[in-house]
Design a binder for this molecule. Structure first.
Ligand SMILES: Nc1ncnc2c1ncn2[C@@H]1O[C@H](COP(=O)(O)OP(=O)(O)OP(=O)(O)O)[C@@H](O)[C@H]1O
Ligand SMILES: [Mg+2]
Length: 267
């Protein structure tokens, strides 16, 4: 079994962040571990407040995991400020995991700011160059590339700009474009479009966390980057289709569609 680590924030409602990552790891038959960088009070309607975790205990969590367990892949989610980004970067530079997937969480689906704006430069300069793949959504890609994205053409331009900042692979997610759920992958040698059908379902809480964790699991299972993304996209698409109507706002994607079907719990 592959052992995967998520370094991210906790979502009290269980649909995104650490909770989505661990569910996704489990759904992929991998063993999930977590380093919590922030505790968010949130539900399906929005984020109420955020408490960042002290960098000392963040570093100690990472050290505790790496000194004892073989880590086959790391997914990074919410890192709220410069100090946390620096701490995580230094720890990963020391332990050098083979796979790092960076989901550069900046704003929650409900519009809550999750990354201090001045921290963006640190993220680009220090963290971006050591990751295997970075997975920004449209807004995050606009901030990273300083390009306004309005369509698939501007998605390509922004992805190239982010690649030029030092990322080895860039997956720019198109989920926030109107009538589009196509994602664009830029690697050292090639460009790929992953076609997605736009699903009319409000239960999309945690799509980004889920996609990046699924990519981490697939890469750890030695799938090449294109196959890893294609399979992860298929997984998240099914999860959105079967999204769970929980709470009064945007419910979570369904992380265990296959498992529940096998258990006769579908529908
Ligand atoms: N309504 C939808 N129908 C189909 N696919 C979608 C839809 N919304 C998002 N996706 C897909 O889900 C994946 C995650 O993309 P999205 O743009 O939602 O990430 P995100 O904004 O980072 O999510 P989050 O708000 O969880 O951080 C992408 O593959 C995207 O194309
Ligand atoms: Mg996201």
């Amino acid at each position: 079994m592959k052992n995967l680590l998520t370094i991210a924030g906790s979502d009290s409602s269980g649909g995104a962040g650490i909770q989505a990552d661990l569910k996704t790891f489990a759904a992929h038959g991998t063993y999930g571990m977590s380093v919590i960088t922030a505790v968010t009070a949130q539900n399906t309607c929005g984020v109420i407040s955020v408490q960042n975790i002290d960098t000392k205990i963040i570093a100690e969590q990472i050290k505790a995991v790496f000194e004892d367990i073989v880590v086959d892949g790391v997914k990074i989610g919410m890192l709220a400020n410069m100090e946390i980004i620096d701490t995580v970067t230094k720890c990963l530079a020391k332990f050098v995991p083979k796979i790092i997937v960076l989901d550069p969480v900046m704003v929650s689906k409900s519009g809550y700011n999750l990354l201090a704006r001045d921290a963006c430069t640190t993220l680009i300069k220090n963290l971006l160059p050591i990751v295997t793949v970075v997975t920004p959504n449209i807004l995050e890609a606009e901030i990273l590339s300083e390009i306004k994205i309005t369509d698939k053409e501007t998605m390509c331009i922004a992805a190239r700009k982010i690649y030029a900042l030092g990322a080895k692979n860039v997956l720019l997610k198109g989920g926030h474009l109107k009538n589009c759920a196509d994602d664009f992958l830029l690697t050292q040698n090639s460009e790929y479009w992953f076609k997605g059908e736009k699903i009319d379902n409000k239960n999309t809480h945690g799509t980004g966390c889920t996609l990046s964790s699924a990519i981490t699991a697939n890469l750890a299972k030695e799938q090449d980057i294109v196959t890893a993304v294609a399979n992860a996209k298929r997984y998240v698409t099914l999860g959105i289709k079967k999204g769970l109507t929980i709470g009064n706002g945007c419910g979570p994607v369904h992380h265990f569609v296959d498992l529940y079907q096998k258990a006769g719990m579908d529908e």
